[in-house]
Ligand binder design. Structure first.
Ligand SMILES: NC(=O)c1ccc[n+]([C@@H]2O[C@H](COP(=O)([O-])OP(=O)(O)OC[C@H]3O[C@@H](n4cnc5c(N)ncnc54)[C@H](O)[C@@H]3O)[C@@H](O)[C@H]2O)c1
Length: 337
């Protein structure tokens, strides 16, 4: 009897120490999972990749082997039941997302998803409502907000004065058909990064005017918008999939300070009437050379894990993502062409 009593605290203390790790169950062994999210999680000592699920067994095992994940499943329901995680990553194409996310939230589990947060704002809204009702933490991987260079430039310019004008550009040369065979539009699915970045800089939106055009395609390819923010700042969106190739840049302006940011390369800061007063490379800002660090992917994963540990709502929680998807709706609704 005394021996048993002595053994109990030892078992309890082992359990407590194991529980200090945030236990995540991972659905999806695709491109983003392998190149940015799981490499980020694998670097964190306070994270346990508790299980991995994919419908395609070759991808499941190749990814699990790469990241040393022992528990492997082709049914996400079985994974959740067997691993009892703190949170679930759902990393898959947008039109397959909704039912799984609703199920994860219904089980009272924290949830991390890639962008877009559903195929339309109504899906995002319903997911956000359920997350709030269940009291769980959610996050949409709008990684541009977590790019160290973007964060540092925002801090440096707003230290001089409030932003009065912000610009978000996203250009591509898209030769294919509609996204996912037409399951979702270009603005909601991909150019949404540039829309969300405007909100990151400008805050809440008051109004918008726009021109949305379908250039040589049977779906919208070009989005030009001017957005008024509650702060008084004006935002400009220039997104176009019929251009010379991928360029994705940002401008921040305040009285006495500007930042011209190319997160793939560097930012040029004009300060106090001195052009190029400061030049910061993306790698310098990140303190690392790997793209998953310099392009905000590590930062967004770290943010989610930290929020689970502290109980704080992530910056890009589903409720905030509703506002980004509503701005997408406003851009379509206000088009004058
Ligand atoms: N943030 C960015 O810069 C960025 C860039 C590219 C893609 N994305 C987004 O990332 C998301 C994922 O894209 P991806 O290219 O990694 O996808 P992918 O197609 O490479 O991988 C998705 C994986 O999910 C698996 N899957 C599908 N349904 C499943 C189910 N029910 N259960 C288990 N596994 C299932 C598939 O077998 C596949 O392996 C998309 O929403 C995309 O828009 C974001």
């Amino acid at each position: 009897m005394p021996a048993k009593k002595k053994a109990a605290p030892a078992r309890a203390s082992r359990k407590t120490s194991a529980q200090k790790k945030v236990r995540l169950a991972l659905i999806g062994a695709g491109g983003m999972a392998n190149t940015v999210h799981y490499p980020s999680l694998a670097e964190m000592d306070d994270v346990e990749m508790a299980g991995l699920c994919d419908l395609v067994e070759d991808k499941l095992h190749a990814t699990a082997d790469k990241f040393g994940i022992e528990k492997r499943f082709t049914s996400y329901q079985e994974m959740i039941e067997e691993t009892a995680p703190d949170g679930v990553y759902v990393l898959m194409p947008p039109h397959h997302l909704f039912d799984i996310v609703i199920d994860v939230l219904s089980r009272g589990l924290h949830c991390y998803i890639e962008k877009p947060p559903g195929v339309m704002s109504e899906q995002t809204r319903q997911m956000a409502n359920l997350a709030e009702a269940k009291g769980v933490l959610t996050m949409v991987a709008f990684n541009r907000r977590f790019i160290p260079l973007m964060q540092q430039c925002k801090a440096k310019v707003t230290q001089v004065g409030p932003l009065n004008q912000v610009v978000s550009t996203f250009y591509k040369w898209h030769t294919g058909g509609p996204y996912y065979n037409g399951a979702i539009d270009v603005l909601s699915c991909d150019a949404v990064h540039a829309v969300d970045a405007l909100r990151f800089f400008g805050g809440d939106v008051v109004d918008c005017v726009s021109a949305v055009r379908s250039l040589g395609k049977q779906f919208a390819t070009s989005f030009t918008a001017m957005v008024e923010f509650e702060s008084g700042a004006i935002g400009v969106l220039l997104a176009n999939w019929q251009t010379g190739g991928r360029v994705h840049t940002f401008e921040l302006h305040a009285a006495g300070a500007s930042a011209f940011i190319d997160p793939d390369d560097k930012a040029i800061l004009n300060l106090d009437n001195q052009l190029a007063a400061e030049v910061i490379t993306a790698n310098e800002a990140a303190g690392r050379e790997e793209k998953y660090h310099s392009y905000g992917f590590f930062g967004e994963n770290r943010h989610f894990v930290d929020c689970i540990k502290s109980g704080k709502l992530p910056e890009t929680h589903f409720g905030d993502a509703v506002k980004t998807m509503e701005l997408v709706d406003m851009i379509y609704a206000s088009s004058f062409v």
